[in-house]
Design a protein around this ligand. Structure first.
Ligand code: DON
Length: 350
């Protein structure tokens, strides 16, 4: 009798201790990536950081001379949830140039002013399958602009922003980015000067767009506004908050301000999914399944709709211009926390 009772008791203990709560990622699940599970997120981010910290593959961008000077060993990871819980590790206070990640927020601003239909008509949203600065894509693609996240499409998108002169347009863009970050952002003057002195390729793209009547303000002025927007400094926390604003229906989770129109979010996220990592966006979608955007400054931000965003900064890039460590960290964290939007559990298959 005693033996039987003990066996039942042991069985009960085994069952109780083996029922570890599994992180749920169902659509409509009310959990944020860090709020009730902050400890889990912290430990996964720490694991990812330790795992990839020593990875020295890739190299800094050097076609913009100032970027070659950035310490390649810098490495920071930040997660911000839609309820503004923050998890960080590494060099998260270092301000790096946002570069192409800016394109997402200028797209949002252009849609704010003109609406998504007009932006789609004037820019389009097709993958180019080419490098981000491809001249061939401008010539070959029926829209010429391609999409708002490649250089040609982004310069054309910047040309859509209204303002009576270049300064007014630039100040409007900087103020908009700052609202998305929840903090006042600044130009990194050294990066701006370095890119402005070497951006003959982007000037050529702008003139080509003018030939096809696919740029909507003075071409060189538009390139200059675009070069400034790429030279805005952000740290990993600010970048993650900019991403979390997209994840949170356009509302900044820290300031609660509606920065981006709610109705514009699906267009922005779909464009990021399709072209956020340029000619490696297909592989990214396959392996990670999150809308994301990279910049040659070494940042990548990935958005987990309704939940939050992960931003990673690590300057060494692969051949497509995407931070190697940032891709690895985001893929690792996404798999561990089941953030992939196409995973079986995300689409209700298990
Ligand atoms: O126009 C350029 O080439 C840079 N300011 C931005 C390119 C970029 O960030 C591409 N990203 N991976």
């Amino acid at each position: 009798m005693l033996l039987k009772r003990m066996a039942v008791w042991v069985l009960a203990v085994v069952i109780a201790t083996s029922v570890v709560p599994v992180p749920v990622n169902g659509q409509g699940g009310a959990i944020s990536p860090v709020a009730p599970r902050q400890e889990l997120v912290k430990s996964v981010v720490q694991d990812a950081y330790d795992r990839f910290r020593g990875d020295t593959s890739g190299k800094n961008a050097d076609y913009i001379p100032a970027l070659a000077e950035v310490d390649s060993k810098l490495f920071g990871v930040a997660v911000v949830s839609t309820d503004n819980k923050v998890v960080t590790i590494g060099d998260v206070n270092y301000s790096f140039s946002i570069q192409s990640i800016s394109k997402v927020y200028t797209l949002a601003l252009a849609m704010e002013e003109l609406g998504p239909d007009e932006v789609f008509k004037r820019i389009g949203s097709e993958p180019t399958g080419r490098a981000f600065n491809s001249v061939e894509a401008v010539v070959d693609m029926p829209t010429h602009t391609g999409n708002p996240l490649v250089n040609a499409g982004a310069i054309a998108t910047a040309s859509l922003v209204s303002g009576k002169n270049e300064d007014e347009k630039w100040n409007k863009i900087l103020a908009f980015y700052s609202k998305a970050a929840g903090e006042k952002l600044k130009l990194i003057d050294e990066v701006y000067k370095s890119e402005a002195a070497t951006n003959t390729g982007n000037k050529a793209l702008s003139m080509l767009l003018a030939k096809y009547e696919r740029i909507y303000a003075d071409p060189f002025e538009s390139v200059d506004v675009y070069t400034k927007q790429c030279s805005v400094g952000v740290n990993a926390i600010q970048l993650a908050r900019m991403g979390a604003t997209l994840a949170n229906n356009g509302i900044n989770p820290a300031t609660h301000e509606q920065v981006i129109k709610r109705d514009d979010i699906p267009y922005i996220l779909s464009t990021m999914m399709m072209a956020g990592l340029y000619d490696s966006s297909g592989g990214w979608s396959w392996h990670v399944g999150l809308p994301a955007k990279s910049g040659v400054g070494g940042g990548i931000v990935a958005v987990v709709p309704g939940k939050g965003a992960i931003a990673v900064f690590a300057p060494r890039l692969d051949d497509a211009g995407n931070s190697v460590k940032a891709q690895r960290v985001i893929e690792y964290v996404t798999n561990k926390l089941d953030y992939n939007l196409y995973s079986p559990s995300s689409v209700g298959l298990k």
